[in-house]
Every structure is written in structure tokens, then in C-alpha cells.
Design a protein around this ligand. Structure first.
Ligand SMILES: O=C(NC/C=C/[C@H]1O[C@@H](n2ccc(=O)cc2)[C@H](O)[C@@H]1O)c1cc([N+](=O)[O-])cc(O)c1O
Ligand SMILES: [Mg+2]
Length: 214
């Protein structure tokens, strides 16, 4: 029977990456997406920008919205300090099942908590369920029309502190116009656009990095 693209991506990881070596998992997925099938991972070019932000912030707590197959989850977690925690939200059970196996192959299971469900349902539960006070870094890469409502929800739930960083993928392609308009005009954020390309293509895209000012 027909396999799915996430299943074929996982197969490529299990074939070409070394167990316990997160960077080889990242490389195997990028190779699969360049040589075999495009997929909506943040990718190698924007991934380098993501790496530099993660390294600079050196976060103890990270929230990722939109796990998909776990590419950016593994990429971020591979750079975290020893006791740091990454919580990643995935709505689609099939994607979650694939991501769990990608994360396991990378050997990062103890740093990553994958939670299945909708961001709107889980964001208000972060404190009670996971003992999270605030997030040092949030990576937004889920449904583009959820970036703005979820950012407002994180503010309302007190999950952002002075200095928390929001890093948003796809602000140009596919685009998140309402989020960009809000975050760039809000006195509560200082934003910076990192111009790049849509993963594995020549189209423009970029990451918007925003510091919450409290
Ligand atoms: O549409 C895009 N991303 C949507 C991602 C959605 C992912 O987030 C999950 N989720 C998790 C929690 C939720 O609450 C909701 C969804 C969904 O189950 C899915 O796994 C996209 C599209 C392009 N593109 O070129 O077309 C490029 C990109 O880089 C993209 O990120
Ligand atoms: Mg994306």
C-alpha cells in the first residue's frame, strides 16, 4: 500500500543517518528533500539562522509550535544546554508518530516533550501540565493563521517574560501578514527580519525574530 511522505522521510533517516547523531538526522532529511521530495521543514538555509538564534539565546525552556516530522525539533534540541527542555506541539497524530521516531533516532528523547493536540488548547495548560513558568524561546512554524492568536494567547497566559524571543518561520512564504503587522507595530516587541529563501527553493522567505519587552 502507498506510503506517506513523512513515512518516506523517516525511512531516509533510518537508512542514511547514524543513531544518536542529531546532525546526521538533519543532514539526511535535507538530502531527502533536495534529492527526492520537497517537504515543509525549515530547511538547511533558514536552519542556519535558527541555529544562530538558539545558540545566542541558549534557552532553558523552548516551545515549538508545529513539529511536523521533527526536523527543527531535532535541530534546536541538538544545541540546547544539558538541563534545557523543549516542548513541541503537533496536531496531526500521523505526523506525531513519525516525529517521535525521528527524535528517537537522533537520541534526543530526554530533551524533547512532544505533545499531541491544538496549540490553542495546550498553551493555556503549559504551567499546570509541564511546570513551565515562561518560555525563553518560541519557534512558530505551524498553521500560519494561528501565529497571531497563539502569540496573543501566550501573552495572556503569562508565558512570555521580558527578553523572551519569538522566532517565526514563513513570514514571507506562505506568509503571515496579520502576525507581521501586529508584531512589527506593537510597542511590546522589538523585531528583526532575517531574509532567506523558502526551504530547498529560490523563492524568498525569512524568519522574523521578536524580543518581548514585557
Ligand atoms: O503550511 C506550512 N506549515 C504548516 C505546518 C503545520 C504543522 O503544524 C502542525 N500543527 C501543530 C499544532 C497546531 O495547533 C496546529 C498545527 C500541523 O499538524 C502540521 O504538522 C508551511 C508551508 C510551506 N509552503 O511552502 O507551503 C512552507 C513552510 O515552511 C511551512 O511551514
Ligand atoms: Mg515552515
Amino acid at each position: 500500500t502507498q506510503t506517506t511522505r513523512p513515512q518516506r522521510m523517516l525511512a531516509a533517516v533510518q537508512k542514511n543517518a547514524t543513531r544518536g547523531d542529531p546532525r546526521s538526522v538533519v543532514k539526511a532529511i535535507d538530502q531527502f528533500c533536495r534529492q527526492k521530495e520537497w517537504a515543509m521543514n525549515v530547511g538547511d538555509e533558514k536552519g542556519c539562522i535558527l541555529d544562530s538564534v538558539v545558540t545566542e539565546v541558549n534557552p532553558a525552556t523552548v516551545l515549538e509550535l508545529g513539529t511536523y516530522c521533527g526536523y527543527s525539533t531535532v535541530r534546536i534540541a541538538s544545541l540546547l544546554p544539558p538541563d534545557a527542555k523543549l516542548i513541541t506541539l503537533e496536531f496531526n497524530p500521523h505526523n506525531a508518530a513519525i516525529a517521535r521516531q525521528v527524535i528517537a533516532w537522533a537520541g534526543l528523547g530526554d530533551k524533547i516533550q512532544l505533545v499531541e493536540g491544538a496549540s490553542g488548547d495546550w498553551i493555556p495548560k503549559m504551567k499546570e501540565k509541564f511546570g513551565i513558568e515562561t518560555f525563553d524561546l518560541v519557534f512558530l512554524d505551524h498553521w500560519k493563521d494561528r501565529y497571531l492568536p497563539d502569540t496573543k494567547l501566550m501573552e495572556e497566559c503569562g508565558l512570555l517574560r521580558k527578553g523572551s524571543i519569538l522566532l517565526a518561520d514563513n513570514v514571507i512564504s506562505p506568509g503571515t501578514p496579520d502576525y507581521l503587522e501586529y508584531i512589527r507595530n506593537s510597542p511590546r516587541y522589538k523585531s528583526q527580519y532575517f531574509r532567506s529563501h523558502l526551504e530547498y527553493t529560490k523563492a524568498e522567505d525569512g524568519l522574523e525574530k521578536s524580543v518581548f519587552l514585557g
